[in-house]
Design a protein around this ligand. Structure first.
Ligand code: ZN
Length: 300
């Protein structure tokens, strides 16, 4: 595993996507000729890479990519090794797993089992988890029970996965590509809504606008009738997952970082793009304009 850890350090997963793919290609090539002791032969490294994002106590991000580990044997060894490594360094673990429509993809279950087996005490967050939705109901129940027991938090990426999953030329998609979020929340598993791709090969659209992401998430995941606490999935829930202090909450004496919408209800928030929103940062209105598209050429 020495050639996998660490492979790169950086601040933004999006800008590192291309690098991830290059590493994936290199590992794919290397695995045939250069088997490393703790990486079993059964692991298939694909360009749909898993990566682990963590930080040390100086807040420097360390990102480690290990590729896909879809087999039982491979999953056990890789996730156990990753968790032991994180334990030794006192790190949390952020994994992107099962981002496919393949019912045989079971990394999430292996992560949960590894957390319990290793008695891992840090935070484990798993993103995507799409394949779960195409597995038999009993298997979904078993995996989610394990996740709840292991204290795993989930990040669902509805815009990206609606776009990417079940896509093939000339064929209409048959499923929405998203994780079984209601079933997760029903078990008390913390679920945050996010998007990890914007105007790139994995998701052609987006503007890094969480209001847009939330609005689409409500529609794609049926988080309405009633809305209930759905909005918490873009505020207090991710705040708690990453232990971000008071971000995402409004409290007396807080930092007054707010967005004011021209809407009286969540329904009204959902129906317009809210381009006239007022963004307030520490009590002051933010006057910055959105960049022109031409300023974004070459960004990515
Ligand atoms: Zn991802």
């Amino acid at each position: 595993m020495s050639h996998l850890l660490p492979v790169a350090a950086g601040m933004s997963p999006e800008t590192l996507r291309g690098h991830t793919l290059k590493i994936g290609e290199r590992l794919r090539a290397a695995s045939a000729v250069n088997q490393v002791a703790v990486v079993p032969r059964s692991i298939t490294v694909t360009t749909d890479s898993t990566f682990i994002r963590s930080h040390d106590d100086r807040e420097r991000h360390l990102e480690v990519r290990v590729g896909n580990v879809e087999t039982g044997e491979g999953g056990r060894q890789v996730f156990g090794a990753v968790l032991r490594l994180a334990s030794e360094r006192g790190l949390d673990v952020d994994l992107h797993v099962d981002e496919s429509g393949d019912p045989a993809a079971t990394a999430l279950a292996h992560v949960a089992a590894a957390v319990l087996r290793n008695r891992f005490r840090g935070r484990v967050v798993c993103g995507h988890c799409c394949s779960l939705a195409v597995q038999p109901e009993e298997q979904i129940r078993r995996t989610l029970d394990l996740c709840a027991e292991a204290g795993i938090a989930i990040v669902t990426l509805p815009t990206v996965n609606l776009y990417l999953q079940d896509r093939s030329d000339g064929r209409t998609p048959r499923w929405r590509g998203v994780a079984p979020v209601h079933e997760m929340r029903h078990r008390g598993i913390p679920v945050a809504i996010a998007g990890d791709n914007c105007r790139d090969p994995f998701h052609a659209y987006g503007d890094h606008d969480m209001v847009d992401t939330f609005r689409q998430a409500v529609r794609i995941l049926h988080l309405d009738h009633p809305f209930g606490d759905a909005a918490a999935m873009v505020g207090p829930v991710p705040q708690a997952i990453i232990r971000a202090g008071l971000l995402g909450t409004i409290v007396k004496g807080g930092a007054a970082r707010l967005i004011l919408f021209n809407a009286r209800t969540l329904n009204e928030l959902m129906c317009r793009p809210q381009s006239d929103r007022l963004v307030i940062d520490r009590g002051r209105q933010v006057s910055a304009e959105l960049p022109d598209y031409c300023e974004l050429d070459g960004v990515g």
